[in-house]
Design a protein around this ligand. Structure first.
Ligand code: SF4
Length: 428
C-alpha cells in the first residue's frame, strides 16, 4: 500500500516535470511518504526527516514534503512542522493530490503548507497517474480505509472508513495494465473481502470482482491482499479454484491463536473459525500458499495464550509468516491496557520465529524435484547469472538466466531448497 502510494507521489512529480534523483542530496524535491503502523516505522521516518536539516542548509531551494499516515494522527502534522521548521509541505493521507499545486507554489514563492484533512474524506481521485516501479507486477487499489477497529491498530483513525472504487473504474484500470504488459496485478485494500459493501451492499462483492477480472483476456496473474479472516467467504475459494490465473496464494492474518487475545484485539473470529477457513481453503486449493501476520506480547497475553498461537502455527503450516512484537500505538484502546514485559515478548517472538522457520524449511523441501510455472521478475540480487521470480503460490525461486527472461513465464524444476529460498533450472 505504501509502495503504491509512493508510485502516486512519483506520478505527480513526473507530471510536474521532475525526474528521479539517485540520492537525497541531489534532489530538488524530497517527499517522505510516512507510515505509522508501528512505532519503529515512525521513529525511522522522524530520523530520516531530521537528517534533511543539513541538506536543506546546503541547498535552501530544496523542497521537503512529508505526507502519509504519520502526519494524519491527532495534531501530528503540526507538531512535525514545529519540530522541523525546514519542512515546506505537510499533507495527510487523503489529499496527496495537492502536491501538484503546492510544489510549484513553494518553488515560486517559498510558501509553506500544512494541510491535514481532519474531517471529511474527499471523493476517490480516479485521475491519478502512477510512476510504476514494481517491474512485472502492478499494484491496483480497489478500496481505501478500514472499518474494523482492531484495538491495536491506528489505520481506521488515519485512513478513514472503507471506501470502494467502482467496479468499472477497477476493471478499466486492470485492462489498461494488462495492455501495458504487466504480467501480475496485485489488488490492494486493508480488507479486500469487504470490497463493495459501501457502494453495492450485498449485490456485488470481492468474489464477483475477482471473477470479472480473471475473465479479462491475456496471460497474467492476479494476487490480492489483505483478507480479514472474518470476511473470507467460501464463494471466494470457489472463484480462486475456478480460474487458473488467480494465484493460489492467500495472506490471511491471524494475529493470535488464543480466543482470549483475539477478543481483546476485536478481531471478530475465533481460532476454530479461522482453522475451519484454512481447512476449506486446503480442501479446494491443496497447493495454496497461506501466509499470515502474527503478533506476540499483546496486552494480557499469558504463556498459555502464546502456546495456543504456537499450536495454531503448527496446525496451519504457513508458507511464510510476518511476525511482530506488539507495538503500542497512542490513541488505540490497546495502548491503555496493561503491557506485557518486553523480555517475555522477546522470548516469545524468538520461539515463534524458530517454529515458523522450521515449518518454512520443511515446506520448501516439498518443492524439490517438482516443476512450477515461475513468473521471472528480475535479475537475482545475490546470484550472478541468475534471475528470480515467484511461483503461483508466492514462493521465490532463483534460477540461471538473463534479463531476456524478465516478464516471462518459465517452467522451473526446483533442484534445491534452503530455508525459504528455492533454486531451480528451466525446463522446456
Ligand atoms: S483490519 Fe484491523 S489490523 Fe487491518 S487495517 Fe483494519 S483495523 Fe488495522
Amino acid at each position: 500500500m505504501n509502495v503504491h502510494e509512493s508510485e502516486k507521489i512519483a506520478g505527480i512529480l513526473t507530471k510536474l516535470g521532475y525526474i528521479e534523483a539517485n540520492e537525497g542530496e541531489d534532489a530538488d524535491v524530497v517527499v517522505f511518504n510516512t507510515c505509522c503502523i508501528r512505532d519503529n516505522a515512525e521513529r525511522k521516518a522522524t530520523g530520516h526527516i531530521g537528517m534533511m536539516k543539513t541538506e536543506k542548509k546546503k541547498n535552501p531551494d530544496m523542497i521537503v514534503a512529508v505526507v502519509g499516515c504519520m502526519t494524519q494522527q491527532d495534531g501530528a502534522g503540526r507538531a512535525l512542522k514545529e519540530k522541523f521548521p525546514f519542512i515546506d509541505i505537510v499533507l495527510g493521507t487523503s489529499n496527496l493530490a495537492l502536491l501538484e499545486t503546492y510544489i510549484p507554489s513553494v518553488a515560486a514563492s517559498r510558501a509553506k503548507y500544512v494541510d491535514i484533512d481532519d474531517n471529511e474524506l474527499p471523493p476517490i481521485n480516479e485521475n491519478e497517474t502512477f510512476y510504476r516501479t514494481s517491474g512485472t507486477n502492478a499494484w491496483l487499489n480497489i478500496m481505501y480505509g478500514c472499518n474494523n477497529f482492531c484495538t491495536y491498530c491506528i489505520v481506521p483513525y488515519v485512513r478513514g472508513r472503507e471506501r470502494s472504487r467502482t467496479k468499472e473504474a477497477i476493471i478499466d484500470e486492470f485492462k489498461r495494465l494488462v495492455d501495458e504488459g504487466y504480467k501480475e496485478i496485485t489488488l490492494l485494500g486493508q480488507n479486500v473481502n469487504s470490497y463493495g459493501k459501501d457502494i453495492y451492499g450485498n449485490s456485488y462483492g470481492f468474489a464477483q470482482l475477482l471473477e470479472d477480472l480473471a475473465k479479462v483476456e491475456g496471460k497474467h496473474r492476479i494476487r490480492f491482499m489483505t483478507s480479514h479472516p472474518k470476511d473470507f467467504n467460501r464463494g471466494l475459494i470457489d472463484v480462486i479454484a475456478a480460474y487458473p490465473n488467480i494465484c493460489n496464494n492467500i495472506h490471511l492474518p491471524v494475529q493470535s491463536g488464543s480466543d482470549k487475545i483475539l477478543k481483546l484485539m476485536n478481531r471478530h473470529y475465533t481460532r476454530d473459525y479461522y482453522l475451519d477457513t484454512v481447512a476449506a481453503i486446503r480442501e479446494k486449493l491443496p497447493d495454496c500458499g497461506i501466509t499470515t501476520d502474527i503478533m506476540v506480547g499483546f496486552p494480557y497475553e499469558e504463556e498459555s495464550d502464546f502456546l495456543d498461537t504456537l499450536d495454531l502455527v503448527e496446525k496451519v503450516r504457513y508458507s511464510n509468516a510476518f511476525t511482530f512484537v506488539y507495538s503500542v500505538r497512542k490513541g488505540t484502546p490497546a495502548a491503555e491496557m496493561p503491557q506485557v514485559d518486553p523480555l517475555v515478548a522477546k522470548d516469545r517472538i524468538m520461539r515463534l520465529i524458530a517454529a515458523q522457520n522450521r515449518i518454512t524449511k520443511e515446506l520448501s523441501k516439498e518443492y524439490e524435484n517438482k516443476v512450477f510455472e515461475v513468473l521471472c521478475e528480475d535479475l537475482s540480487p545475490t546470484k550472478k547469472g541468475c534471475v528470480c521470480g515467484r511461483t503461483d503460490s508466492g514462493r521465490l525461486v532463483t534460477f540461471a538466466g538473463g534479463s531476456d527472461l524478465i516478464g516471462k513465464f518459465c517452467n522451473v524444476r526446483i533442484t534445491r531448497s534452503q530455508s525459504a529460498s528455492l533454486f531451480g533450472e528451466t525446463e522446456e
